[in-house]
Write a protein that binds this ligand. Structure first.
Ligand code: HEM
Length: 446
């Protein structure tokens, strides 16, 4: 017995409804309508695949916990096309663990504590200083560039100012079409997305080849390419050049697009909620007042003490729902709530339906960072909070994102003020976007 629901048109299924734009913070009208009609678990068809959508916290939790046993990470073919067949999201078993450990070497707590915290802080100060010279900046674009430059430097020692080709531009084309309807003909957003990926991959490949040729034993740049080159030299390695390049691409993408959306939204929320901004300023001014050596940067201890900042971050990512669907595949027939999820079917866990459920969050559409006070959720995924996923595949960049947001907010509120010039509207298709940007004027504080 299948869950209730409609499979839509032949081939197309309900893909068009799924991708139709929504200009509110709320759950998409498509999901809302199906929940009302069929309940929390329903079947549909997205881009040619039968999918069970789960808005049920218990089932979501079960799906995450059963990774590798009853369910497996799976993204529709179009995503695989976009992220490469060797992307970390579709890896399993040993290879997956190996790649995850590589990623954590770079973005795990040790690295954050030792180096990244300082690099993130310098990059935030530098960016804020340069933005304050302009009569207005578009914050989404500006933060994306800031984060991209930092990550690209860490991963591949890429500096846009020293390069004839602009890697970020290829990523821009890629992102514009990322969550778009998947028709690959010239002129469509999806086509541009694939072209953007192709170009970026060609650039990454030629950089890697150049480095491998130059890197005859001695020269090390201290970046992720060093790891990769060392690994590729080993006789019995599981890493291949294709896997390494796909991983590089995913990391570059995952790190700057998500965090810049979250940061832009956080700044907008703070602008619209002066009481939250005041409390945030107090927290950070206190940190500075307590600091003995005013010339030193943020310490790990200070970072860990930013409780209200973490409340702001959690509330922002709860409302942002940057990842509107987390995909899995059923490995066998699975019985849940009196229904069968057939083997081979997709399952889409729907975080917005949980994050905006009034039974879980009072007045769910209200920005209320205080609701996170003393909540243990601040560190991981739970039945009511899955902005970074859950279970074994919990986002490996969570700590890095939080660090970047917290450090940036620290620099922003202690030294700067800003006013909105224009924009700030959002649209979901279903990925979050700022269609007309968020333009602000930054001033250095007196
Ligand atoms: C606001 C920022 C971010 C959000 C909301 C976010 C969200 C997520 C979610 C929901 C997943 C789980 C996907 C799944 O279970 O299929 C995930 C996985 C992942 N994230 Fe993030 N992420 C963010 C930032 C980052 C950053 C900064 C990085 C890069 C360092 C990153 C790298 C990854 C990778 C590599 C995976 C795949 C892990 C796996 O399949 O096990 N993310 N992210």
């Amino acid at each position: 017995k299948l869950p209730p629901g409609s499979m839509g048109l032949p081939l197309l299924g309900e893909t068009l409804q799924f991708f139709s734009p929504n200009t509110s913070m709320d759950i998409s009208p498509f999901i809302k309508d199906r929940m009302k009609r069929y309940g929390p678990v329903f079947k549909t068809n997205l881009v040619g695949r039968p999918v069970i959508v789960s808005t049920d916290p218990e089932l979501n939790h079960f799906v995450f916990q059963q990774e590798g046993r009853l369910f497996q990470s799976w993204y529709p073919d179009t995503f695989t096309e976009i992220f490469g067949k060797q992307n970390v999201g579709s890896m399993h078993g040993f290879m997956y663990k190996y790649l995850k450990s590589l990623v954590l070497k770079l973005f795990g707590t040790e690295s954050l504590k030792e180096t990244l915290i300082h690099e993130v802080e310098s990059s935030a100060w530098r960016s804020l200083h340069s933005w304050s010279q302009f009569s207005s900046i578009e914050l989404k674009e500006a933060t994306a560039t800031m984060i991209f430059d930092l990550t690209a430097k860490k991963l591949i020692s890429y500096e846009s100012s020293n390069s004839s080709e602009n890697l970020r531009e290829s990523f821009m084309a890629f992102i514009l079409g990322l969550i778009s309807f998947p028709i690959d003909i010239p002129g469509t957003a999806y086509h541009k997305c694939l072209q953007g990926r192709k170009k970026a991959m060609e650039m990454l490949k030629s950089m890697l080849i150049k480095r491998r040729n130059n890197n005859s034993d001695t020269k090390q740049c201290g970046d992720f390419f060093d790891f990769v080159i060392e690994e590729l030299k080993k006789e019995r390695t599981v890493l291949t050049e294709t896997i390494a390049l796909d991983l590089m691409f995913v990391l570059l993408f995952a790190s700057f697009e998500t965090t810049s959306l979250a940061l832009t939204l956080a700044v907008k929320f703070l602008h619209d909620h002066p009481r939250a901004l005041e409390e945030l300023k107090d927290e950070h001014e206190k940190i500075i007042r307590k600091r003995e050596d005013l010339s030193s940067g943020i310490t790990w201890q200070e970072y860990k003490s930013m409780n209200f900042t973490f409340q702001i971050i959690n509330e922002t990512v709860r409302l942002a729902n940057i990842v509107p669907g987390i995909f899995r595949k059923a490995l066998k027939d699975i019985q849940v709530n009196g229904y069968t999820i057939p083997a081979g079917w997709g399952v889409m866990v729907c975080p917005p339906a949980v994050h905006l459920n009034p039974e879980m969050y009072k007045d769910p559409l209200t920005f209320n960072p205080w609701r996170w006070k003393n909540k243990s959720e601040l560190c991981g995924g739970t039945k009511s909070f899955m902005a970074f996923g859950g279970g074994m595949r919990f986002c490996v960049g969570t700590e890095f994102t939080k660090l970047q947001m917290a450090v940036f907010l620290h620099c922003l509120v202690t030294k700067y003020r800003w006013r909105t010039i224009k924009g700030g509207n959002i649209v979901r298709t279903p990925g979050l976007r700022f269609p007309d940007g968020y333009h602000i004027k930054l001033h250095k504080r007196e």
